[in-house]
Ligand binder design. Structure first.
Ligand SMILES: N[C@@H](CCC(=O)N[C@@H](CS)C(=O)NCC(=O)O)C(=O)O
Length: 219
């Protein structure tokens, strides 16, 4: 049985979503981010990314971590790509070309999109940037996202999906990163094909199951 270390309110969500798509059972150990706890080093603190026990699995002190037999894997996108490749189509690659494109788009997500999308997630609460420095940071992040989102818009308007004209792990990896910027309606509304694709991804039963689990966790 797979073991997933990390609460669902983290990048573990990508792995949870994919497992539900494939129908893969897994055990989840709810390691929480240290920064979300008042005193992560307290003796009675829940298992968190500072816990000595967890640091043996992740010296970086980051969730998620996936264990599959003797394999211990960190980096959420490596975890989803590994599971997709292992379990094959439809979510995994049909051949080496698809495999390469899934890697390409996943790297695209975490390099060109994720840092600025995370700025929006953390600073653009309730659809509004807070005054002062936050507003400037959100505006800058949104500006920087226009070009990579335009690339995605163009790709999705021509192909419908990220790779292989079907829903795959690459859609999950991209959709989970684009979601971080979703509260910025003025930004996303410039990209109608992207918005329609994201809505389709998020209407999937496996996404909804993951989302329910997230909502059930404490904020
Ligand atoms: N590139 C890594 C990033 C992992 C990461 O930053 N995880 C966050 C939660 S989503 C974390 O564990 N933060 C721990 C902390 O700041 O205490 C991945 O994709 O897995």
């Amino acid at each position: 049985m797979l073991t997933l270390y990390g609460v669902t309110r983290s990048r573990a969500s990508r792995i949870v979503w994919l497992c539900h798509e494939i129908g893969l059972p897994f055990k989840q150990v709810p390691v929480i981010q240290a920064y979300r706890l008042p005193d992560p080093d307290a003796e009675d603190a829940p298992l968190n990314t500072h816990s000595a026990q967890f640091l043996k699995l992740s010296p970086q002190g980051a969730i998620p971590v996936l264990r599959d037999g003797d394999l211990v894997l960190s980096e959420s996108l490596a975890c989803t790509l590994y599971l997709a490749r292992k379990h094959g189509q439809p979510f995994g690659p049909a051949d080496a070309d698809e495999d390469a494109l899934m890697l390409q788009w996943s790297f695209y997500a975490c390099t060109w999109l994720e840092p600025d999308a995370l700025t929006i997630l953390f600073l653009h609460r309730a659809g509004q940037a807070q005054p002062g420095a936050d507003q400037a940071a959100v505006a800058h992040a949104a500006e920087r996202l226009i070009r990579p989102l335009r690339v995605l818009e163009d790709h999705l308007s021509r192909h419908g999906h990220i790779v292989g004209r079907r829903f795959t792990v690459a859609d999950i990896n991209l959709a989970e990163v684009v979601r971080y910027a979703q509260s910025h309606e003025a930004l996303l509304s410039q990209f109608p094909a992207l918005q329609a694709w994201l809505a389709d991804c998020q209407s999937r039963p496996a996404f909804r199951k993951m989302w329910q689990a997230r909502l059930a966790e404490p904020e």
